[in-house]
Design a protein around this ligand. Structure first.
Ligand code: SAT
Ligand code: MN
Length: 613
């Protein structure tokens, strides 16, 4: 477009237009003007991040029947999505770059020209009857050297309100941006409205075959169409903070990881910081908000999902949480499994796909209390006898991180926190011990790359239902997975002796009766304590074929009700079982083709040697 500012003057409110004119960021003006021209909304709104904006946007959705004002919870609202729009859609998630080989075997690749053609046709007129919101947001504390600015254009009020909670939105972002660069994110629910038509209480979205969650990794921009839900639509989260950031991090020598961040303080007041990656359904949010059961040891939460980490000049790796809220799975969250999450969403939160109870609260399976009667996530009357779940298994709460009672006082420190420990893990009912320490950095990278989890409770010990999810990044690494592994090796070389220690955990071994052996939850703090003492050189460990492991007496088990046999079971190495893993791992590595780092092959070779022929 020739003169984007002039064009925008014709379609924006004067005070909002003035902000853009004063800023005079030509990339921003072009992005907005081009999007308006293509999507033809009825109205344009530049978000300022204010409470008034949140309230007004939410009130309009309540009015429209899209949201329910939850009378029993202060400033909380509930949404029911379309039944076809309840989770990320990996099959419709694309990485668009010039060469397919750069996307690697773990991504859906399309050539950028082809994808843009297809999506331009979809975007054409897609916001008719709607408001186009421009959301200036910062991933990370505004002004932190690790933070990045994005602009999400969306026609969804749900996205606006969720972004208010999950990211830092508003005028301050514009001021910090100045003439600088940002990541453009274009989103539409893909449901234009005809003259006089309204949503009328129906969650707007497009059919699955019209959904596209697209990442142009070379241009560093995101185009999302057809879904209004979670990671498909809140583009700062998985799309920017993981996929686009993974590519930036590789290029610029830092790390964008699918990791929680927590601080553990010992009785002497010494602080340790841990970043941990787990595939879904391994209790990542629970661990992030853990309450320590070990006397004198305190846990504080810095983040529950994503870590951005940079090396300081002195070689110390520091991490920030790029988000400012939690987008947590509701079912299973209760005062026993995660009291801090329960408290975090007591007020000022958004709920999606839960049961709305008769007294105007939300309820979900394995939550607190009972629900005798309510309206389920599909909008139907529900009782415990309905024979179906009332909440969708991926029902979510969106809660401000600042409301977590154990939020770390430094969680917004622009400098981040110094990382001492990395943890990888998965859900395995057998074979993998409670905790193993990597012998060195490269071995730790091998642990991350081979991280695996059982898919469902249904096929637990068949051995086939195991999904490899390297670094819990399988759906989020937007370039060749083998290059990503090489990046981890390179980071280790750079960090040298300041590199964090790496551990692998499995809280989920079961006994013959199918019961979990380790009590988990708060008791996991005992394992974290051992890790910190290893960093401090205070706790013992002995070498095994698969890494360094604690003996029973190295762990603080005071008050833990496990027999010696049970402890032995979760702290032993099943050599024959591990040998059986080797060909599976080698086969998995082969899927990476010739980009597979030699250093990774060396790790399987060495493991095989240590396990003995
Ligand atoms: O929907 S999100 O991608 O934000 C959450 C998740 O799937 O982990
Ligand atoms: Mn996640």
């Amino acid at each position: 477009m020739e003169k984007p500012l002039e064009y925008l003057k014709g379609c924006m409110k004067p005070d909002q237009y003035e902000k853009l004119a004063a800023l005079n960021n030509s990339k921003l003006n072009e992005f907005i003007a081009d999007s308006v021209q293509l999507c033809t909304p009825d109205d344009v709104h530049l978000c300022d991040g204010s409470k008034n904006e949140y309230d007004t946007t939410m009130a309009a959705m309540v009015e429209e029947g899209l949201a329910t004002d939850l009378k029993a919870r202060e400033n909380c609202f509930h949404f029911r999505s379309d039944p076809s729009d309840v989770a990320r859609v990996e099959g419709r998630t694309y990485i668009a770059c010039e060469n397919e080989s750069d996307a690697g075997p773990t991504n859906n690749w399309i050539h950028p020209d082809e994808l843009k053609g297809t999506m331009r046709d979809l975007y054409n007129g897609c916001m008719k009857g709607r408001t186009l919101f421009v959301i200036p947001f910062s991933m990370g504390p505004i002004g932190s050297p690790i933070s990045k600015i994005g602009f999400e254009i969306t026609d969804s009020g749900y996205v606006v309100c969720n972004m208010h909670i999950m990211t830092r939105v508003g005028d301050e972002v514009l001021e910090t941006l100045g003439q600088g660069d940002f990541i453009p994110c274009l989103h539409s629910v893909g449901k234009p409205l005809a003259e006089g038509e309204s949503d009328n209480g129906q969650w707007p979205c497009a059919p699955v075959d019209k959904k596209y969650i697209s990442h142009f990794t070379e241009e560093q921009k995101i185009w999302s169409f057809g879904s209004g839900y979670g990671g498909n639509a809140l583009l700062g989260k998985k799309c920017l903070a993981l996929r686009i950031a993974s590519v930036m991090a590789k290029k610029e020598g830092w790390m964008a990881e699918h990791m929680l961040i927590l601080r553990l303080t010992n009785p002497e007041g010494k602080k340790f910081h841990i970043a941990a990656a787990f595939p879904s359904a391994c209790g990542k949010t629970n661990l992030a908000m853990l309450e320590s059961t070990v006397e004198g040891w305190k846990v504080e939460c810095v983040g529950d999902d994503i870590a951005w980490m940079k090396m300081e000049d002195n070689g110390q790796l520091r991490a920030i949480n790029p988000e400012s809220g939690f987008f947590g799975v509701a079912p299973g969250t209760n005062s026993k499994t995660n009291p801090m999450a329960v408290k975090s969403c007591e007020k000022n939160s958004i709920f999606t796909n839960c049961v709305v109870t008769d007294d105007g609260d939300v309820w979900w399976e394995d939550g607190d209390g009972e629900c005798k009667h309510g309206i389920d996530w599909k909008g139907r009357e529900w009782t415990p006898d309905s024979g179906e779940k009332g909440a969708h298994p991926n029902a979510r709460f969106t809660a401000p991180a600042a409301q977590c009672p154990t939020i770390c006082p430094d969680w917004e420190d622009p400098a981040g926190v110094p990382i001492d420990i990395f943890i990888f893990g998965g859900r395995r009912s057998e074979l993998v011990p409670l905790v193993t320490e990597a012998m060195d950095w490269d071995h730790g990278v091998y642990m991350g790359a081979t991280a695996a989890s059982e898919k469902t409770a249904a096929a637990l010990d068949s051995g086939v239902a195991i999904r490899r999810d390297p670094f819990a990044m399988l759906p989020f690494c937007a370039y060749h997975m083998a290059d990503y592994w090489q990046h981890w090796f390179d980071m280790g070389d750079k960090l040298g002796n300041k590199a964090p220690k790496i551990f692998y955990v499995n809280w989920f071994q079961k006994n013959e009766k199918g019961k979990f052996i380790w009590p988990g939850f708060g008791e996991n703090s005992r394992v974290l304590k051992w890790m910190c003492e290893r960093v401090d050189g205070k706790a013992g460990a002995y070498d095994t074929a698969i890494g360094k492991m604690p003996k029973k007496e190295d762990l603080d088990l005071d008050g833990i009700d496990l027999t010696d046999e049970e402890m032995d079971k979760i702290l032993s190495v099943d050599t024959e079982g591990w040998k059986k893993e080797l060909p599976i791992v080698r086969e998995f590595f082969e899927t990476m083709g010739d980009k597979l780092p030699d250093r990774m092959v060396a790790q399987v070779d060495r493991l095989e040697e240590r396990l003995g022929k």
